[in-house]
Design a protein around this ligand. Structure first.
Ligand code: NI
Length: 158
């Protein structure tokens, strides 16, 4: 496994549409492993393959730190409600901004063997699902920010 370089806003790859995954080759498996490692190393709650420069519809999410979820070819099939809250992105370092999202989403995706499954999320998990799936369409949350994009307070060093 390896930590991959995270592409940052301004890199044109982030605005490209990712392609469907049709086969889990050893290279794809390695990409998935690296995506989890890169996400945890960066203290992120989600990462899309495009953020490491690979245009494949692959997303990893872990909103609790102990619940790794892999989504291949994910799509939102149902959503309801509304939530507004601050969002951030590993591709937009040091920034945060307020975004309104559905409070509930249902997603259909495929697992590591390309078997289809359904997953539902509310609140933070629903927000993460929306945010990551939008990456696969070439969109960043900054396009949806209400008000100003703010600087994240730097963490105090001890
Ligand atoms: Ni992001």
């Amino acid at each position: 496994m390896a930590i991959r370089t995270i592409r940052e806003i301004g890199d044109p790859v982030l605005n490209k549409v990712s392609k469907e995954v049709k086969e889990i080759t050893p290279r794809v498996q390695e990409l998935i492993d690296d995506m989890f490692e890169t996400m945890y190393e960066s203290n992120g709650v989600g990462l899309a393959a495009v953020q490491v420069g690979v245009l494949k519809k692959i997303v990893v999410i872990d909103t609790t730190g102990e619940d790794p979820i892999l989504l291949i070819n994910p799509r939102i099939v149902e959503f309801s409600g509304e939530q507004t809250g601050n969002e951030a992105c590993l591709s937009v370092p040091g920034k945060t901004g307020s975004v309104t999202r559905p409070n509930y989403v249902k997603v259909i995706a495929q697992d590591e063997e390309l078997n289809e499954f359904e997953i539902e999320g509310e609140e933070l998990f629903a927000r993460a699902l929306c945010h990551e799936i939008e990456h696969l369409e070439g969109h960043l949350y900054v396009e949806k920010v209400e008000g100003a994009l703010m600087d994240v307070e730097p963490e105090e060093e001890e």
